[in-house]
Design a binder for this molecule. Structure first.
Ligand code: HPA
Length: 274
């Protein structure tokens, strides 16, 4: 099983190392509606997932399926336009496959973005929340199974999943750009249902500020493989005690698209400092 996994990763890494002509140290995973970042990239090569050995194809509306090598504000980056969600039916190993190949192609830092429901009563739709910490509420973990000690530890330390250095850099960049940033705890759930009012309340009482259906497995895998992680949520709907809104996928995409330019601005200005 370990040997098979190693070979799968090695095959994909070899394909990408042979194909790529630049060497990004930063990878960016685009969440729902945040595709606008791709407009800012000087594209060097765009590879459809279906051309990449062992890469699955994402099925959700609002998520494309390409890997883009290019320059963002002069900095070499690798952008995943389209991610794999657990609710689509992919096993965790597939959900986190992009993070598993990153060390082999020389990436050191991964930026994850997502759309999330806000539970903190100070939040508004359209807010950007820097993720300071997370709660894994998927009832599973991408590291379950035999551990490959050569890739990462059996019991990874989770005391600083989201780099404090990068949260600070984001805060400083936000101040310079006059972008208001929230900071908080993201709870990751399987979905695909949005939460009931009772669930939003429970998650807020757990200590979470926002809830979403991605990011946590990817962040766990990235940390296991020694990558530095930065993540942010766009608050697309509210699940605040006493005033839960009826969230729909359309509203989520709309709100994420409206906040998109600010997220793009923030990331664009952060990358040269990473
Ligand atoms: N819950 C879970 N996932 C989400 C939400 C939500 O309210 N909004 C966007 N993604």
């Amino acid at each position: 099983m370990l040997e098979e996994k190693r070979q799968r990763i090695a095959q994909t890494v070899e394909y990408l190392n042979n194909r790529k002509t630049i060497n990004p140290k930063i990878a960016i995973v685009l969440g729902s509606g945040l595709g606008g970042l791709t407009d800012k990239i000087d594209v060097v090569d765009e590879i459809p997932y279906k051309e990449i050995p062992n890469f699955p194809v994402s099925t959700v509306e609002g998520h494309k399926g390409t890997m883009i090598f290019g320059r963002l504000n002069g900095v070499e980056v690798l952008v995943f336009s389209g991610r794999f969600h657990y609710y689509e039916g992919y096993p965790m190993d597939v959900v986190t496959f992009p993070q598993q190949i990153l060390p082999g192609i020389g990436v050191k830092t991964v930026i994850l973005s997502n759309a999330a429901g806000g539970m903190n009563p100070t939040f508004q739709v359209g807010d950007i929340m820097l993720i300071r910490d997370h709660i894994n509420h998927f009832f599973t973990n991408p590291l379950i199974g035999p551990n490959d000690d050569e890739l990462g530890p059996r019991f990874p330390n989770m005391s600083e999943v989201y780099s404090h250095r990068l949260v600070k850099l984001a805060q400083q960049t936000g101040k310079k750009l006059n972008i208001h940033l929230q900071e908080g705890v993201y709870i990751g759930v399987s979905g695909p249902c949005f939460e009931t009012p009772a669930e939003y309340k429970m998650f807020y009482l757990f200590g979470a500020d926002a809830v979403g259906m991605s990011t946590v497995p990817e962040a766990i895998m990235a940390r296991h493989r020694g990558l530095e992680v930065f993540a942010l949520s766009v608050i697309t709907d509210l699940g605040i005690i006493g005033r839960v809104e009826k969230a729909s996928h359309e509203e989520v995409l709309e709100a994420a698209a409206a906040a998109g330019p600010q997220v793009v601005d923030l990331i664009y200005n952060m990358v040269p400092e990473i």
